[in-house]
Design a protein around this ligand. Structure first.
Ligand code: FES
Ligand SMILES: [Fe+2]
Length: 373
């Protein structure tokens, strides 16, 4: 998990003057709106005895801990300790971490890190927000998978004909022509050509009106730390999903989606749009939840990559640099039960013995060291 980034932690519409707990990077935070309407983000851990501020109350610009009533301002400074006599000073250490917040694109973004403003990586741009040509819906779902697995799943074009049938591509023509990755320090994008779904349903409409194209272009991109864009061009218009993969813990991810469409832009079609997006997530869910190791390996060579995986490879390389820069948080060696977390081993098969040169080059090592005698 990466610190020093702006994380979209909640839909802005869900944050009011009631305290709201959100979880990200395996930590609890409390969000609340102060009198001016601005959103505050504090650590949810009261410095006194660890009460959850999110279970407390907000009055004006102050949040009150439910346990002994300590009051904190939006900067995280404790300004009242009810059990103290009024003339007693409040200890200077009586404060909780406060994180910068920005409200943008209908989301509350919290900067989870300690970088000064001018060094912070940018919030990705979402030009469809507020554009009357588009209508947006919000969708969310929790998955029992690591956020980098769910994140990579969305930039992975080659899984779509297998996991999503004809929703984006054509199971009878799953080849992905080589594509070029446009990369910056904080993002990577690619126009990926896919064979269009077979001519039925919506594509049938197109087929009747004009030639069925040989390829349709899907624009796919990632924006650090955890956002993926998926732009699908349908015969009736554009569907553009922004997918926020929020790490609740190492093994659990809250996926929030802003889904824009340029067709059926009336509110009447929102329910249907939401259902379609949920269906896509439900198709991905069993696959990403079953991936082993659960956590993305640190070493590129620990999994096998092909040309169509270029966007994920770009991510893993960039991530390796940020890890080197010290931006990684979380214990990489956490092991729960017997499941493999970041590296996987297998039982050697006879093929290894029969092909010694292959055995030593194999990506997945065997449990007992692997190379045949
Ligand atoms: S634990 Fe919060 S006031 Fe005591
Ligand atoms: Fe998928």
């Amino acid at each position: 998990m990466l610190k020093n980034f702006w994380y979209a932690v909640e839909f802005a519409s869900k944050v009011g003057t009631e305290p709201r707990r959100v979880v990200c990077l395996g930590q609890n935070f409390v969000l609340f709106r102060t009198e001016s309407g601005a959103v505050s983000c504090l650590s949810d851990l009261c410095v006194h005895r660890g009460g959850a501020l999110s279970m407390g109350t907000v009055s004006g610009d102050l949040i009150t801990c439910p346990y002994h009533g300590w009051q904190y301002n939006s900067g995280g400074v404790c300004v009242r300790i009810p059990a103290n006599a009024p003339e007693r000073n409040i200890p200077r250490k009586a404060r909780v971490d406060a994180y910068p917040t920005v409200e943008r694109y209908g989301m509350v973004w919290a900067f989870l890190g300690d970088l000064p403003e001018e060094q912070r990586p940018p919030i990705p741009e979402i030009p469809q927000w507020g554009d009357p040509a588009f209508r947006a819906v919000e969708v969310e779902m929790e998955l029992d998978a690591n956020y980098e697995r769910t994140f990579e799943n969305v930039v992975d074009a080659s899984h779509t004909p297998f996991v999503h049938g004809t929703a984006f591509g054509n199971p009878d023509s799953p080849q992905i022509p080589d594509y070029e990755v446009q990369q910056t320090d904080w993002s990577a994008e690619a126009d990926i050509k896919m064979s269009p779904p077979p001519p039925k349903g919506l594509w049938g409409l197109l087929a009747r009106r004009k030639e069925r194209p040989e390829y349709v272009t899907v624009t796919n991109g990632w924006y650090l730390p955890n956002v993926v864009k998926l732009h699908v061009r349908l015969p009736i218009g554009d569907l553009i999903l922004y997918d926020f993969n929020i790490p609740l813990s190492q093994d659990r991810t809250l996926v929030k989606i802003l889904g824009f469409r340029s067709f059926f832009t009336g509110a009447w079609a929102d329910g249907n749009a939401r259902k379609r997006i949920e269906k896509i997530l439900l198709q991905d869910r069993p696959v990403v939840e079953s991936q082993r190791p659960e956590l993305l390996p640190f070493d590129l060579a620990d999994e096998l990559h092909v040309r169509s995986d270029a966007l994920q490879i770009a991510y893993r390389r960039r991530r390796a640099q940020l890890i080197e820069d010290g931006w990684w948080v979380g214990d990489s060696d956490v092991v729960t039960g017997d499941s493999p977390h970041r590296s996987a081993t297998v039982i050697a098969s006879p093929v290894r013995r029969e092909n010694p040169e292959l055995a030593s080059a194999w990506v997945h090592k065997t449990r007992n060291g692997g190379s045949p005698q």
